[in-house]
Design a protein. Structure first.
Length: 317
């Protein structure tokens, strides 16, 4: 509706002249159209006595109605575009650095093969920021751990196991051969065998640790594992944002880390040996989710479907 479009543009610009320029209409024509709407409604939408112009109390209520109408129109157009068999469109997906670098490529490759007309926007940030973007619907999908079921709808994508990665030149590795796993062992899944021995984390309490920062799922699980073993590491070399960065530092010999077996399988860096740990906190599931009760477009549902297909072999039943 042209009238609402005019009103909303003036509301955004707080100026009749700027709004008229954006709308490619003359300022007198714009002013006359809005004055006509105000006369019909029986109240002023804008207070023209201020500079820049402001919105009246009644006007704010009317503006809110325009915004609701706009959202309904946008959702309707999104639903209608689904009928077009995904020949065109846009999908925004977000994840942390590791997810974007090692998890997304396989999914996006398969998705793009099936739906080349869908433009995919990939966003990287820290976990709290990503969840906020999902909640305000500026992003469609998030791949992460531990979604809040009150705020998000989500599905499991693949299972992970946290291993202890220790620089290969650390003296503590001597005499622990029976517990050690190589990169090839992890890729082959030896750490998932029931009879492969687990080692007590407390044996490494004097070693230097590299931990992720608070708010990260791996940090939370590391803290739980320390508590279960009854100690707090006295030598924390550094706290980092990203799991893959900590893994590279461990491979360089800087310290002991907790690392997902999916990182090991994906990066295949050398320089560390791995140990299988006990405790429920070492097991977690990567999930794909979106804001609860939002409209799920076909582009979104197909991405979730393909993501689950790509990683179905890595999901524990």
């Amino acid at each position: 509706m042209t009238e609402n479009k005019y009103i909303y543009e003036v509301y955004k610009e707080r100026s009749f002249s700027s709004a008229a320029k954006n709308l490619y209409v003359s300022q007198p024509a714009l002013s006359a159209s809005i004055k006509k709407a105000e006369d019909r409604l029986g109240f002023s939408i804008f207070d023209r006595s201020t500079s820049p112009i402001s919105v009246t109390q009644e006007g704010l209520i009317y503006i809110e109605s325009i915004e609701k109408i706009n959202r309904i129109n946008e959702e309707t157009l999104t639903k209608l575009s689904d009928i077009g068999k995904l020949k065109y469109g846009h999908l925004s997906i977000c994840g942390e650095n590791f997810v974007s670098s090692f998890i997304m490529p396989k999914i996006i490759l398969e998705y793009s093969k099936r739906y080349p007309g869908i433009e995919i926007e990939l966003i990287e940030s820290n976990s709290p920021d990503l969840r906020l973007q999902i909640l305000n619907e500026s992003v469609d999908l998030l791949i992460a751990h531990d979604f809040n079921g009150n705020l998000f709808d989500f599905e499991p994508l693949f299972s992970e196991t946290l291993l202890l990665a220790v620089p290969i030149n650390f003296k503590i590795n001597e005499g622990l051969k029976e517990y050690q796993l190589s990169v090839q062992d992890v890729i082959a899944g030896r750490h998932l065998e029931e009879n492969f021995p687990k080692i007590s984390l407390s044996r490494f309490k004097k070693e230097p640790f590299i931990l992720l920062k608070k708010g990260n799922d791996t940090y939370r699980r590391a803290k739980q594992l320390f508590e279960e073993e009854g100690f707090t590491p006295k030598n924390v070399v550094i706290n980092l944002d990203q799991l893959i960065t900590s893994y590279n530092m461990a491979c360089a010999g800087l310290g002991v880390i907790f690392v997902s077996d999916m990182v090991v399988k994906s990066s295949k860096e050398q320089g560390v040996v791995f140990y299988k740990l006990s405790g429920h906190s070492v097991y977690r599931t990567m999930q794909i989710g979106y804001k609860k009760n939002r409209y799920v477009s076909r582009a979104m549902s197909e991405f979730i479907k393909i993501a689950k297909e790509v990683y179905k072999e890595n999901l524990k039943k």
